[in-house]
Design a binder for this molecule. Structure first.
Ligand code: NI
Length: 188
């Protein structure tokens, strides 16, 4: 099932997701729906906050990307960054919750992430390249952080008009979305 994506400035995007202690049928179908929702919107990562659910789940699919390094689609429960490389890299990011906005964000080039899978097995993953980038972006979502928060003040000023438009409810995207100023799910 394709779920509507919460767009800026939906309050759920600023909240923290709760850890998952037990994988219920509800969690399994949420994960399935998140994969479907992400694919429908041509995304490569999606956090549960973005579909209005405050549980710590992230889905990632960079398998079709040139720099995906053969990484299979991943579903991560309770992902946390336990180590980050000292060296940082620039990369242009976008976000399904911020349609029409893209900017270069500086982040550590490599991270170690611990997470649980849908069988509640614990994993430790050393990620570099695009995977490291997507994981950092999505884990930020679980903590109520958006990529625009990581931009230098100067860059944020340059995005101000686009953000204001989004905030006021001018949303242009080709997937179902929810905006706080609009009463129901919409597709443009
Ligand atoms: Ni995002």
């Amino acid at each position: 099932m394709i779920l509507p994506i919460c767009v800026y400035n939906h309050p759920v995007l600023r909240k923290r997701a709760e850890p998952i202690e037990e994988v219920t049928d509800e969690i399994v179908s949420l994960a399935e729906n998140m994969f479907e929702t992400m694919a429908n919107a041509n995304g490569i990562g999606l956090a549960a906050n973005q579909v209005g659910v405050l549980r710590s789940i992230v889905v990632v699919d960079i398998s079709e990307m040139e720099d995906g390094d053969g990484t299979p689609p991943l579903c991560l429960l309770n992902p946390t960054i336990v180590a980050s490389s000292p060296d940082e890299v620039e990369y242009e990011e976008g976000c399904l919750s911020l349609p029409g906005l893209r900017d270069v964000v500086v982040r550590p080039s490599a991270v170690t992430v611990e997470y649980d899978d849908l069988d509640m097995r614990h994993h430790r993953l050393d990620a570099t390249g695009l995977l490291a980038r997507v994981l950092q972006h999505e884990i930020d979502h679980l903590n109520g952080v958006l990529f625009i928060d990581r931009l230098p003040a100067m860059r944020r000023v340059m995005l101000k008009n686009k953000l204001k438009k989004l905030e006021r409810g001018t949303v242009e995207c080709n997937y179902p979305f929810v905006h706080p100023l609009r009463s129901k799910v919409e597709t443009t």
